[in-house]
Design a protein around this ligand. Structure first.
Ligand code: GLN
Length: 330
């Protein structure tokens, strides 16, 4: 890798271009977020062979929130198989907000695992399968993606457990339609834990790089997800990962992705790399305002997009990291 191939200057350029964006509101209901500088900003890229570059507030910890959903879905596929999982959750975008109840009322089945109803159904399935072990198994699964022991933020988890009345309403509706069983608390508890897993933007990029690398964490070389289920997870991220803006995202960015209300977004370039942004001011859909803009520019500048990149004559000016080049992690 030569100095001119270093993506660091490009990542710094992205930070500077989008730092002036100060629209949007931090999710105040998350414990600790009231003390987070709303202008915290970090960007990272991790290649499918484990090189990591990052810029900005790249050690700032945040909770996974809804970014946990594709990983729990993958875990359920590995543990229970496609048939069992998709008896409880469909694979259709809703065109609704992440915490909508509408589709449940209409069709009595969560539309997809990337929204709260689908994720709570997945949590119920996993909890029901192994009530005494589901939490440890889930933390072990996150540990494989992170390459270290996974930890949760106690206050975030606590709020998720006690304050999440809408999620409880979703769980009760799921029970009413017999999608889940009686142990509503067990399902909500597992859901709360998954939302409260802590990490930084470099680790978020590595989680995406694990999916880019066919389910093997590129630094540890350990498998986090069965290879045959990687395409399921990426497909659902592509069609549903950005909720009611999934179509707009697919058009402008063209990558499987997932966002969370703490302000993180990750995206996967299959076979090549994982990309991540953290900036906590959110738009009305619950996505990081800067994150969306960074990804739109990034996709054009690096010619990304699973169906082909946007044409841009400027693109060649931006070095794109290559999994085959020499190690240069900072
Ligand atoms: N914990 C949040 C909730 O369940 C996660 C939502 C999100 O990140 N979009 O409402």
């Amino acid at each position: 890798m030569t100095a001119s191939d270093d993506p660091g200057p490009y990542l710094r350029d992205l930070l500077e271009r989008f730092r002036p964006l100060r629209e949007g509101k931090v999710q105040q209901s998350l414990p600790g977020m009231d003390r987070t500088d709303p202008d915290t900003f970090a960007i990272a890229v991790a290649t499918a062979d484990g090189q990591v570059w990052s810029e900005g507030d790249d050690r700032h910890p945040f909770s996974l929130q809804s970014i946990s959903k594709p990983f729990l879905y993958g875990m359920a596929l590995d543990q229970l198989g496609r048939e069992c999982v998709h008896r409880k959750v469909a694979v259709e975008p809703t065109g609704e907000a992440f915490n909508s109840l509408t589709e449940l009322e209409e069709d009595h089945l969560p539309y997809n695992p990337m929204i709260n109803s689908g994720a709570i159904a997945i949590s119920a399935l996993l909890h029901h399968d192994a009530p005494d072990e589901s939490r440890d198994r889930m933390m072990a699964m996150f540990g494989e993606y992170l390459g270290r022991r996974a930890e949760v933020h106690e206050a975030v988890k606590g709020r998720e457990l006690l304050g999440a009345h809408r999620n409880r309403a979703i769980a009760h509706l799921l029970r009413h339609f017999e999608v889940i069983g009686d142990d509503i608390d067990g399902a909500i508890r597992l859901y709360a834990w998954q939302c409260a897993v802590m990490l930084d933007v470099r680790e978020l990029a590595l989680m995406a790089a694990t999916l880019a690398n066919g389910g093997v964490q590129p630094v540890t070389g350990r498998r986090a997800l069965q290879r045959r289920h990687v395409r399921d997870v990426l497909t659902l991220m592509f069609t549903c990962g950005m909720y009611d803006t999934s179509g707009t995202w697919a058009y402008h960015v063209g990558l499987p992705a997932k966002s969370g209300v703490s302000g993180g977004i990750l995206a996967v370039v299959p076979g090549r790399m994982g990309l991540a942004v953290f900036s906590p001011r959110l738009d009305g859909h619950g996505h990081s305002v800067r994150g969306i803009q960074v990804f739109k520019a990034w996709a054009v500048d690096w010619g990304l997009g699973v169906l082909g990149g946007c044409e841009d004559s400027e693109r060649s000016a931006h070095p794109v990291p290559d999994p085959a080049s020499a190690k240069s992690a900072n």
